[in-house]
Design a binder for this molecule. Structure first.
Ligand code: IPE
Ligand code: IPE
Ligand code: MG
Length: 244
């Protein structure tokens, strides 16, 4: 597949990376092997997004609900996160990638938090793709955290209730400095949002593929971008030609 038309490249792509467990099961491997192979897809997709001039890539890496998985899997995922951050920082830097994290980061193991801080700091001055990792992330808890922060300010009088609007709420979310996603991709064929970026995806175009995350590489990304480039985004209005 050829490189998509630069004018139709989304500014922000968000991906629900699903299907690692099924990928492993198909090969009679432990689930962890699926997560390991998934980390290789992350590497490939981050590089491809940078090359294509995408501004933001948000990856759903660990949800608030994923804490309910067996302890051994959670521990392995956290170790894999640390390992990935450590191993990839040089390559990310070479590719001018900036790093950010959204979610209840304080819930991660301390060593993972330290590694995350270190990597974010090391990549802070880069100006290319911003890679946003959603970690211990849940869209509903994000809204709860925003409501708490607004209520606190309303109570002290720092904020007038009449000033609460969509812009203000956006500014209180973990994604305050990040534009809303234009394209939401979900791998492994599941037709659900699983508590991801609930507020931010109001007008995102959705691309679902049956490909399992460890098999999602540059050709599958290009197919998603091609699908996106054919969408007509209307934002509730009528199509341009009908409007006259
Ligand atoms: C996605 O793959 C990775 C995480 C949620 C951390 P899964 O582990 O959910 O894989 P399936 O859905 O069981 O195949
Ligand atoms: C969504 O996948 C979360 C991540 C990709 C991190 P899940 O596998 O946790 O979602 P459900 O359980 O199928 O909805
Ligand atoms: Mg899953």
């Amino acid at each position: 597949m050829s490189t998509p038309d630069a004018t139709k490249i989304p500014r922000h792509v968000a991906i629900i990376m699903d299907g690692n467990g099924r990928w492993a099961k198909q090969r009679s491997l432990p689930r962890l092997e699926g997560h390991r192979a998934g980390a290789e897809s992350v590497r490939a997709i981050v590089r491809a997004c940078g090359e294509l001039g995408i501004g933001y890539l948000t990856l759903y890496a660990f949800s608030s609900e994923n804490w309910r998985r067996p302890k051994a899997e959670v521990t392995a995922l956290m170790a894999l996160l640390e390992f990935y951050l450590q191993r990839e920082v040089a390559e990310l830097d070479k590719n001018n990638v900036r790093l950010a994290a959204i979610g209840r980061i304080h819930e991660l193991p301390e060593s993972a938090q330290r590694q995350l801080d270190k990597s974010i700091e090391a990549l802070r001055k880069n100006t290319g793709l911003t890679l946003v990792l959603a970690l211990s992330y849940g869209g509903r808890t994000e809204i709860v955290d925003a409501v708490r922060s607004i209520a606190r300010d309303a109570k002290t009088g720092a904020l007038d209730i009449a000033d609460i609007n969509e812009e203000l709420i956006s500014q209180r979310l973990y994604t305050r400095d990040i534009p809303d996603p234009d394209l939401l991709v979900r791998t492994s064929g599941e037709l659900r949002v699983s508590n991801f970026l609930l507020w931010q995806i109001s007008y995102a175009e959705i691309h679902v593929t049956d490909t399992l995350w460890p098999d999602f590489r540059k050709p599958q990304l290009l197919a998603a971008l091609d699908d996106y480039s054919k969408r007509q985004r209307r934002f509730g209005r009528v199509a341009p030609l009908e409007g006259n």
